[in-house]
Design a binder for this molecule. Structure first.
Ligand code: HEC
Ligand code: HEC
Length: 466
């Protein structure tokens, strides 16, 4: 099947026009994960040299968050690297930049606003604002200044080796095509403006697929906002019904559908490159909560509470772990599960037709999955829509949980277990989540909220050890 529209995520690639196909390859799996290509340049690739200069040529379209250039979207730039983590490159006569798994599944933590950032591969990219990144690319493309006369001087400055042939190709083909296809693609994203913004660390997982399959998204008002999950220890998740709504029980399908979500097409999906990532996340352990910050006696007092109140649904091997809890029991915001419809389920199970990896595992559910909680401290903010900033807040009754807070700030609060979500720094760097808006509801999941204060403190301490 060839997709009807160009891409889910970013700008279209003229990639199909070019015959060569050389992905950037890294020997070390960590580098492959951070910078390697999974084939997503096909529908979501941007010609490298255009992509490089956009922040300099169009600073007026950048958001006001701290950092330089693409860092303003919460993308992570390592010292000495020319592109942020989560961006990949594929050479198809000209090089294209795409996105890979790490863009949504690598996060940062700091212990204080002046402290160094730690990069944690596999944790949710709670700081990365994909929606604002996409909107920036579209704003650049629609800008009257998106012309060879404006872009080429910036490109030549950035790359003194840009050849005459490159210049001609960019002037007469690459820049005009990128503009035309980008404007077309931007139209297919207009539905996102009819919904509350996601902010960093969240994406609408399945509504873009509806556009991909040609559903009339204008007639659909559902909101699929979902918090990014971690990728740790997938082996223990095989056979469990996961994704937030428990719509698929195959790790391999969950990873491949993610790559298609990131811009790969069935044809361009780089199966060997994906396999390397799949093998690595199969056993990738979550980093432990700093031992010095755990009161082990108190944690020991919390264990029986966890075993009694939580383990059935969350412990490895728990009676209901990996099953889906119906909405009427769990009581959390219904938007995400409702956005994944029966009609879409059928279409998801047609992806890969004629290929050995054809999807068969998608199903429609009416609730949210009881997921394993390993590394739970790095899953903040909590619940499928990231509507509760800390574990301490999650143990409060819904009416006592913060109604508004900031997310995307990466200073960690080791006592409340979650990221700092209020105060001047969080306001400057973060995005305001208003739990009163559709898709942001912080209700439900009332387990443990009746405990006494000392019991809650003990349970919280134990949760740090998971
Ligand atoms: C655009 C952001 C994005 C990219 C890129 C991305 N993912 Fe994800 N991933 C998500 C979101 C969002 C979910 C949760 C989906 C849901 O249930 O709504 C998810 C869920 C998953 C899950 C299931 C986790 C669980 O426990 O339920 C796996 C496994 C996964 N992704 C692997 C990958 C791999 C491997 C790649 C690269 C091929 C990748 N993802 C790329 C956003 C992304
Ligand atoms: C009946 C099953 C069930 C029980 C019992 C239960 N949970 Fe949950 N839990 C869920 C489901 C389902 C979700 C996902 C709900 C959502 O996101 O909308 C969830 C989500 C969570 C999350 C959020 C995970 C994330 O990545 O955001 C945490 C943390 C959590 N539970 C902790 C606990 C603790 C602690 C207890 C015991 C006091 C507990 N749960 C008891 C079913 C359960």
């Amino acid at each position: 099947m060839r997709f009807r529209i160009a891409a889910l995520l970013a700008m279209p690639a003229a990639a199909q026009l070019f015959d060569s196909n050389n992905p950037e390859v890294h020997a070390a799996i960590e580098d492959h994960f951070k910078y390697g290509s999974i084939g997503a340049e096909d529908r979501a690739g941007v010609p490298l040299w255009i992509w490089k200069v956009l922040p300099d040529v169009f600073p007026q379209h950048l958001p006001s968050r701290p950092g330089n250039g693409y860092e303003k979207f919460g993308l992570i730039v390592e010292p000495g690297k020319s592109r942020p983590i989560g961006t990949s490159m594929r050479e198809r006569r000209i090089p294209f930049v795409g996105l890979n798994c790490a863009v949504c599944h690598t996060g940062t933590i700091r212990d204080s606003p002046d402290g160094p950032r730690r990069i944690v591969m596999g944790m949710p990219a709670h700081q990365f604002d994909l929606q604002t990144y996409q909107r920036f690319l579209f704003a650049c493309i629609r800008d009257p200044g998106f012309t060879p006369d404006r872009l080429l001087p910036a490109i030549e400055k950035a790359n003194p080796n840009f050849s005459l042939i490159d210049k001609v190709a960019y002037r007469f083909a690459v820049i005009p095509q990128t503009r035309d296809q980008g404007i077309e693609l931007a139209r297919t994203f207009s539905w996102t403006f009819a919904r509350p913004p996601t902010g960093p660390g969240r994406v609408d997982t399945f509504n873009p697929y509806k556009v991909l399959f040609g559903f009339d998204i204008e007639k659909d008002s559902s909101i699929g906002t979902a918090d990014l999950p971690p990728l740790f220890d997938q082996k223990s998740r095989e056979g469990l019904w996961l994704h937030w709504d428990g719509n698929n029980d195959s790790v391999s399908e969950r990873t491949k559908s993610a790559a298609i979500g990131a811009g790969a097409s069935e044809r361009s999906l780089d199966i060997p490159a994906m396999k390397r990532v799949e093998d690595w996340i199969w056993t990738l352990p979550p980093p432990a909560f700093p031992a010095a910050k755990i009161d082990s006696a108190r944690a020991a007092a919390g264990k029986p509470l966890y075993d009694r109140l939580c383990a059935d649904c969350h412990a490895s091997g728990g009676k209901r772990t990996g099953q889906t809890e119906p909405l009427e029991n769990i009581g959390t915001d219904p938007e995400r599960v409702n956005s994944f419809t029966a009609a879409l389920t059928e279409k998801m199970n047609t992806l890969g037709s004629g290929r050995p990896w054809k999807f068969t595992h998608f199903r429609k559910t009416n609730g949210y999955a009881n997921m394993p909680l390993s590394g739970v401290w790095l899953r903040a903010p909590y619940l499928h829509n990231g509507s509760v900033p800390t574990l301490r807040d999650l143990l409060e009754k819904p009416e006592n949980r913060p109604r508004k807070f900031h997310r995307g700030h990466d200073v960690y609060d080791y006592a409340a277990v979650g990221f700092v979500s209020s105060g001047a720094d969080a306001e400057r760097e973060g995005f305001l989540v208003d739990t009163g808006r559709r898709g942001n509801g912080n209700q439900g999941h009332v387990y443990g909220t009746d405990l006494k204060a000392a019991e809650k403190a003990a349970l919280l301490e134990y949760l740090k050890t998971l």
